[in-house]
Design a protein around this ligand. Structure first.
Ligand code: CP
Length: 317
């Protein structure tokens, strides 16, 4: 993480993940202070380069960088010289020549940030690459779970929906299994291929939502990623909702202390009902809030590093 930025959860050790979570915990109360800007990244410049649409990740990275005192520049593919045929490498080389301290990037191609990290000296932070990884999402999800549960070890987490296209699912699988959680994946067969069973002995697969949520401590719903599907895999919204949409009647059968998560954007009436999304057990907006703290932690560790007052450990174990 310190040399090449943050590319994925897969390559992080438990200790590195713990360090990010500890620092994010430190920033949770700080981020609640309105109007208080820190000077940890004063004099630093962070470029946010988004080749795919985003609301949460983009806004929270910008807020995080600004709260730490950095200058930020935000660039979308639309309206940039990518529209005029400039290659991704040329775009990145051009931006790197302006000597930013980090580039936060989202791209539809899996592995794009990894390729750029090999080509550039500038640290790259992966804000989501294709169907591959979304590391800061998994980190903010872990922070949110630990706000409600004492530990990740032994926790039963159900991840339900379009698993095969989900970078959120992959990053969460890496993080949760590193810390000993048991993950039950659930979705229609085309969205949940057998390869996921081989991810780890603590990962299992089911095609029935009732089975997935029955013993779950955490229910993580995923959006159907129509933009990544070659054919219409789901016959209709109502059919998908009937078989895989999370509804209040499901929660009656779930553990009473189970929490409901969703990385957003939420498609109400497709993968989750409004009643559940707005239900007291939903922590969806806590996830959004923790996104700022986690991104502050990542930027701080990457660009400021030492001379930090240690926070109390969040103890995933
Ligand atoms: N969870 C997430 O990545 O949301 P955005 O696409 O809005 O950034």
């Amino acid at each position: 993480m310190h040399r090449r930025g943050l590319l994925g959860i897969e390559m992080l050790t438990r200790e590195e993940i713990q360090e990010i979570l500890d620092r994010a915990k430190f920033y949770q109360p700080l981020e609640a202070r309105t109007g208080k800007k820190l000077d940890r990244l004063q004099g630093k410049t962070v470029i946010h380069l988004f080749f795919e649409s985003s609301t949460r990740t983009r806004a929270s990275f910008e807020i995080a960088a600004k709260r730490l005192g950095a200058d930020t520049i935000s660039i979308s593919a639309q309206g940039s010289s990518a529209d005029k045929g400039e290659s991704l490498l040329d775009t990145l080389n051009t931006l790197a020549a302006m000597r930013p301290d980090a580039i936060v990037m989202r791209h539809s191609a899996s592995g794009a940030p990894h390729f750029m990290a090999r080509m550039l000296e500038t640290p790259i932070i992966n804000a989501g690459d294709g169907t591959h990884e979304h590391p800061t999402q998994a980190l903010l999800d872990a922070l949110t779970i630990l706000d409600h549960k004492p530990t990740l070890a032994g926790l039963r987490v159900a991840i339900i929906g379009d698993i095969v296209h989900s970078r959120v699912a992959r990053s969460n699988l890496h993080l949760l299994t590193k810390f000993g959680a048991q993950v039950q994946l659930c979705g229609p067969p085309p969205m949940l291929p057998r390869e996921f069973e081989y991810f780890s002995p603590t990962v299992t697969r089911t095609f029935r939502i009732e089975e997935a949520i029955a013993d779950a401590d955490v229910i993580m719903m995923l959006r159907v990623q129509l933009e990544r599907q070659n054919a219409l895999w789901v016959t209709s919204v109502s059919e998908y909702f009937h078989f895989y949409g999370l509804r209040l009647e499901h929660l009656k059968a779930a553990r009473p202390d189970a929490i409901v998560m969703h990385p957003g954007p939420v498609n109400r009436g497709r993968e989750i009902s409004s009643e559940v999304a707005d239900f007291p057990r939903s922590v969806i907006l806590n996830q959004v809030e923790n996104g700022v703290a986690v991104r502050m932690a990542v930027l701080d560790l990457l660009l400021a590093g030492a001379e930090f007052k240690p926070a109390e450990s969040t103890k995933p174990n």
